[in-house]
Design a protein around this ligand. Structure first.
Ligand code: AHR
Length: 610
């Protein structure tokens, strides 16, 4: 087989700087119990709903009916989240270890030896009492950190802050608050954050480093269905997710079926985009959920709400909403240049009517913001104005492999495509197989080739907490303390130099051409330019390939220095906590830099040649 690369500058075309990015959705506990480092689950006791008494899960009680009575009421000092926990200690002679409550976090807290954890909680105790706060093993027997705080008797709420330094490691720990003094104590907004988070911004460092390794050019957030909600009353509301964390009401995400305290809110997403060096893409609800819709005649307040969200991000520090952002610690505006008007709602009754209201209002207030429609413009022109349109694909590996040429046929005029969700799914995807990643790699070579019309692309979903595998497969798998990339994650790392690179035309001639996909780029680091050829061998035979380059400029390094291969013995192989790098790129040196290069493509492999 032969792969010809025309590396001459005249036939090259620049790939958009924005081509490959990431899509973060609050799904699979990706945020709450995921990248957001908060260790307490249901920190404000709101998850059980506003009716009291309510379910306090996952909080539990230490002690029995005769020693302690614990129930929620609505006496909190926070008006937007007024549920608090009232604990009445009944025993005169309580057990030495005390009675109280504990929180196991999200399937156990990862507490590590020598590390510091900042506890904040709001307490009201009419009588002076002692509270012991401890980090323990899940059965309470191993004490990792403990201190006793004296709370002065008062009818007011008091904010307590305590640093706990662990003297041992336990991956499934819990936070305990106990006392052995009779009386009544109220609790609210109990937070435990590791002191060490990424840039001090509240994110789990090791998970963020997985994102940094992808060099994402954009961050689409905070989700797809998560933004819509099954019902509008449960959709993500940016306004409820900003300001002091204690005052956020939190909400139940009814599509993915879990509560989030919204510690990871609109501000934190904008901060994350900044920390990743990625352009923020704010997906907002346009009055449409899975089951109910706002009539276009009544959409005006929702439009105003979105304009306020943009002022929050972009307004000066003395504007109404920009000042709220400044008060949160970011006086400089966040550069929101893209917004998506809804998610997967094109077919809904009021989508188009609502869309145009949002579109006109945003265009007028922020002429530079690019707007993304949910309607697919790849096969026929849109019937409404848009800068980009969403294109989502979840399918089997063979179909996605063949979809590498989908955009070959798309009209070159009109809005650009944003492939904002793609993945091999269901039948042969497993929990992230090599096979899936090969089909996806082939699809991405097609997007590179069509990047005159495809401006952005992101895999979905990005994260899964192994304890809540609602959606499989995903790019990054984690639990309280471990993580690994699936083959689809590693595949994406081999495209990270493509955004902003020069794309070269290629031709493949081979009897295997039906199972090969390839692309060629010239990319640059801070000093040098490199030619890179990527080839997917989707078939089960090894392929002997001659790569022949013409037109290469002297300033560009020819192929022949390194090769990186993603493959495995079995095409359905996956990674796991016990074998995280079973399917991961393996780099080796080459020393045959040449315009004609002979290589062998392993069966079922994705190779890059530099
Ligand atoms: O990525 C998972 C879901 O798939 C997204 O929420 C939605 O946009 C799509 O249907």
């Amino acid at each position: 087989a032969t792969l010809k690369v025309d590396a001459s500058p005249q036939s090259a075309r620049k790939i958009p700087e924005t081509l490959f990015g990431i899509f973060f959705e609050e799904i699979n506990h990706a945020g709450a119990g995921g990248i957001w480092a908060e260790l307490v689950s249901n920190r404000g006791f709101e998850a059980g709903g506003p009716h009291t008494p309510s379910n306090i899960d996952p909080w539990s009680i230490i002690g029995d009916d005769s020693s302690v009575f614990v129930a929620t009421d609505r006496t909190s000092c926070f008006s937007r989240n007024n549920v608090a926990l009232r604990m009445e200690v009944l025993c005169d002679d309580c057990p030495t270890a005390g009675v109280g409550i504990y929180n196991p976090g999200f399937w156990g807290m990862n507490i590590e030896d020598g590390k510091a954890y900042n506890l904040v909680m709001y307490v009201k105790s009419p009588e002076t009492t002692d509270l012991t706060v401890s980090l323990t093993s899940s059965d309470g027997l191993q004490n990792l950190a403990s201190t006793t705080i004296t709370v002065s008797g008062t009818s007011n709420w008091t904010k307590l802050e305590q640093k706990l330094v662990a003297k041992g490691t336990n991956r499934t720990s819990r936070l305990q608050i106990t006392t052995n003094k009779k009386g009544v104590v109220w609790f609210d907004q109990v937070s435990l954050m590791p002191e060490d988070t990424y840039k001090g911004h509240g994110f789990r460092t090791e998970l963020i480093s997985m994102l940094l390794d992808l060099k994402p050019r954009f961050l689409r957030f905070p989700g797809g269905c998560f933004v819509e909600g099954d019902w509008l009353r449960n959709a993500f509301r940016w306004r409820e997710s900003i300001g002091p964390w204690e005052e956020r009401p939190g909400h139940f995400g009814d599509v993915w079926h879990y509560w989030t305290d919204d510690g990871l809110g609109y501000y934190e997403f904008l901060q994350l985009a900044e920390d990743l060096g990625a352009a923020p893409i704010w997906v907002f609800n346009n009055g449409v959920s899975h089951n109910d819709e706002v009539d276009t005649a009544a959409i005006a307040p929702f439009v105003k709400d979105v304009l306020d969200s943009l002022e929050f991000a972009r307004g000066s520090a003395d504007s109404t909403w920009g000042s709220v952002r400044a008060a949160m610690g970011h006086p400089e505006p966040f550069p929101v240049k893209y917004v998506a008007i809804g998610n997967e709602d094109c077919g809904k009754k009021f989508y188009r009517g609502n869309y145009i209201k949002f579109y006109n209002a945003i265009r007028q207030a922020y002429p530079d913001i690019q707007m993304i429609s949910n309607c697919d413009g790849s096969s026929k022109p849109l019937d409404h104005p848009a800068d980009l349109y969403d294109f989502h694909v979840y399918t089997d590996s063979k179909t996605l492999f063949n979809m590498k040429s989908t955009f070959d046929r798309t009209s070159r005029s009109g809005p650009k495509a944003f492939v904002s969700e793609y993945a091999v799914w269901r039948s042969d995807a497993g929990r992230g197989s090599l096979l899936a990643s090969l089909a996806e790699a082939a699809f991405l070579t097609g997007l590179e080739k069509n990047s005159d019309i495809v401006q952005m692309a992101s895999y979905a979903p990005l994260f899964v907490n192994d304890n809540d595998r609602t959606w499989n497969p995903d790019a990054i798998v984690f639990n309280s303390w471990q993580h690994y990339g699936t083959p689809s994650y590693w595949m994406q790392t081999l495209f990270r130099e493509s955004s902003g690179a020069m794309l070269h035309p290629i031709t493949i001639s081979s009897s295997y051409s039906g199972s090969l996909a390839a692309s060629a780029i010239t990319w640059q680091d801070s000093e040098n330019s490199f030619l890179r050829v990527k080839v997917v061998n989707f078939g089960s035979d090894a392929v002997s390939l001659t790569i022949s380059t013409t037109g290469l400029q002297a300033s560009v390094n020819a192929l022949g220095s390194t090769t990186t291969v993603l493959t495995s013995w079995n095409v359905m192989d996956e990674n796991s906590f016990s074998n995280p790098n079973k399917v991961a790129p393996v780099k080796s040196e080459l020393s045959n830099a040449a315009e004609q290069m002979q290589v062998t493509l392993a069966p079922h492999s994705f190779s890059t040649f530099d």
